[in-house]
Design a protein around this ligand. Structure first.
Ligand SMILES: [Fe+2]
Length: 168
């Protein structure tokens, strides 16, 4: 079954819906469309390398910014996505209750870039910072840059908007 394609198709419909409902947004709406797909691709490969279920990892990467998609707000978006993404995921019928909980927990914890979480959470966080970097975004917090440099194994030039800010 093309689970990730089906999930991303459902996510695109959610983004279309919330684009109309929430017009004030901290991120360009097309970033949500692009980032969820590119993150999932990165996460799938990382999962294969790390011995993690690639479908579950790609699903968590696909949904990780769900909170920002539905609220439009960057602040607190990880926590804001936890309960709503469970409703969304259950509605797709693609995942078991246990898988829904695993994905939703990764959504909730993905902004804790300075902490080490479960293997799925770590993949979401690593894929997130790598995708940010590849698209030329400046990091909001130093913990994101530290994570990326650890992942790549070398320093990066990308700036940090607020180096002293540890959490959003
Ligand atoms: Fe996020």
């Amino acid at each position: 079954m093309k689970k990730i394609l089906r999930l991303q198709s459902a996510m695109l419909k959610e983004i279309d819906k919330y684009e109309k409902l929430v017009t004030e947004r901290s991120h360009f709406i097309d970033w949500e469309r692009v980032h969820m797909v590119s993150c999932a691709t990165i996460g799938y490969d990382m999962a294969l390398e790390r011995g993690v279920d690639p479908i579950l990892a790609a699903a968590a990467c696909t949904c990780h910014d769900y909170g920002r998609i539905i609220t439009g707000k960057q602040t607190g978006h990880a926590e804001a996505g936890y309960e709503p993404v469970k409703v969304f995921l259950k509605g797709t019928g693609l995942f078991t209750d246990e898988e829904v909980e695993t994905i939703a927990t990764a959504v909730r914890n993905h902004s804790k870039k300075g902490e080490i979480g479960t293997p799925i959470e770590e993949i979401v966080k690593d894929a997130d910072v790598l995708d940010f970097y590849r698209y030329g975004y400046e990091f909001a917090r130093s913990t994101q840059k530290v994570r990326l440099e650890k992942l790549l194994g070398h320093p990066v030039e990308t700036g940090v908007a607020d180096p002293d800010r540890l959490h959003k």
